[in-house]
Structures are given as structure tokens and as C-alpha cells.
Design a protein. Sequence first.
Length: 150
Amino acid sequence: MARHLPSVWHRPFLAESGLSRLMDEIFGDFSDVGFEISPSVGKTDVYEKDGNVIYEMELPGVTKDEIEIKVEQGRLTISGEIKRSEEVKQEDYFRIGRTYGRFQRSLPLPADVKDEKAISAALKHGILKVCVPLDKSIKEKAKPVAVKVE
């Protein structure tokens, strides 16, 4: 008696691509209202250094002219668009793993921003670095909380 493997085993990359596309379609509508299930663009590190809060965001393939940065209502909003360098027909793909199109990330600013006009940004090797000067260090205001283990 011969056993047959499911058809997905013959072309596994095609199934993964189809599932990824389906998930993107299901959850894609949430991005229009500013809610992302799993942001695939703009993974961000936030840290304090030399009296500044630093936001470092991955933006591979994006030029400085394709990025817009706004500060409003205590939030830093970074938006833009990732464009394809060439057109490829959908049926010619084996797997689609990269993201293209518009993106937007909105991140909270600390309460002690020194001067919003002094916020600076630089893009180098696909990493956007935004420096926000502070009046007071966030680390100095942080107080440890004792945790009891029972």
C-alpha cells in the first residue's frame, strides 16, 4: 500500500507564501487605524545616552527623502514608504518575505523633553537614529521597587 504525502510537502515554500499573504490580508486593515499586530518595518531600540533619549529604527532600503518625522501630542511619529526597485509579477515569486508600501510608527516621548525643536535625526546604513534632548535623565528619576518573593 503506497502512502502519498500531502501536496504541501511537494512545494513547501508556496504554502508558506500563501499563508503569509493570507495573514497580511487579515491583519492589514488594522494598520489603517494605527494598530499593528506585528510591525515588520521599523523595529526600534530606545535608550538613554549623554542626556538624550535615542530612538534607533531599522529602515532598510529607505532613503531620507522617503521618511517623514513629526512630533505632536507627546509622540514621535515616523512614517514613509518602502518602494521596490523593480516590478516582479506575483506569479513569478516562490516566496515573499519582505514588506513594501507605506509604514508608520508612533512612539511615546518622555515628559522631560528639553526642546522639541532640538530633536535631530540621521539615516545611516538603513538605521534611522533620532536624538531627543532631555531636561533631566530618566535614569535619575527611576526608583527601584522591592519585590517580595513568597
